[in-house]
Design a protein around this ligand. Sequence first.
Ligand code: EAX
Length: 326
Amino acid sequence: MNYRRLLKYSVASIVLACAAPQAWAQGKQVTITHSSATNSHWGVAALEFEKVVEALSKNKYNVVVQRLDNEREAVESVQLGSQECALGSTGPVGNFVPDIRVLDVPFLFRDYAHARGVLDSEVGDKLLEKFKARGMIGMVWMENGFRHLTTGKKEVQSPSDVRGMKIRTMENQVHMEAWKAAGVLPTPMAFSELPSALQQGTVDGQENPIPVILAGNFDQLQKYLYLTSHVYSPGVLVCGLDFWNGLSAEDKKIFQDAAKASVKANRSRVEEDERSGVQELRRRGMEVREVTNREAYQEAMKTAVANFEKQFGADVLKTLREWRPK
Ligand code: EAX
């Protein structure tokens, strides 16, 4: 392009820029990441957060939703302030806020009502408070769902069959300990590394909730799905403390309202996936095995539970297990 044409184009772009000021008048950018497809229990939650923040703030904020499959990195960058917020499973979050690890104990919650009840009670509120000391605001509890085991080639009939198997776990000490007690070789890795590990057969299996298996198309990577429901996998929406402290009281309320709306979207999508997901995975060709011997899995993880009782307090675990709504 010669000089004259370049000049013409530059002038034209300046004129355009002046004629379309709205394109430059975007709000303050707030980035939130999540680790799944847009059409998933995380994706819809992030979109809801975006929608509500932008509507309530009248576009003072421009929420940018991005996908970041490495949930540990997401939390790290929230902590460092290089992104404002993140939502996702608590898988790696216990490495940042150790108090929340208690929620990762297998066979702690009976069902969704139980887990949500605890998270929405003062127990959950107190745990969210713990994020502050780690440079984050725990905005709201979300959920990933009850986790189920899947395997590739080898079929598992009972928990004794998992002995010696390499099972990918989240980077979560509690989960690793539990699987180790069951005789598994727990192979912790970030979610972002999981698909290739399954493809290459570096691990024999993995475990995740139905919404994650569905959205991640794990039916293409794993043959068997066992409905073990061995552990509830909570989620959390976190924002950086510095970002938060820079907000006015009015804007904090907007973000809190958006976070609450986001939980609703997340939970109702989990419910929907729980209703139709297993059937859909069967349709896609997965061999689904109902698990009638869940207690056997619990039994297999028992030596770890004794350890958890020491670590978190037997009384604390008992209170959580026996929790009933007031
Ligand atoms: O949040 O790492 C995991 O297995 C998580 O369940 C997944 O990232 C979805």
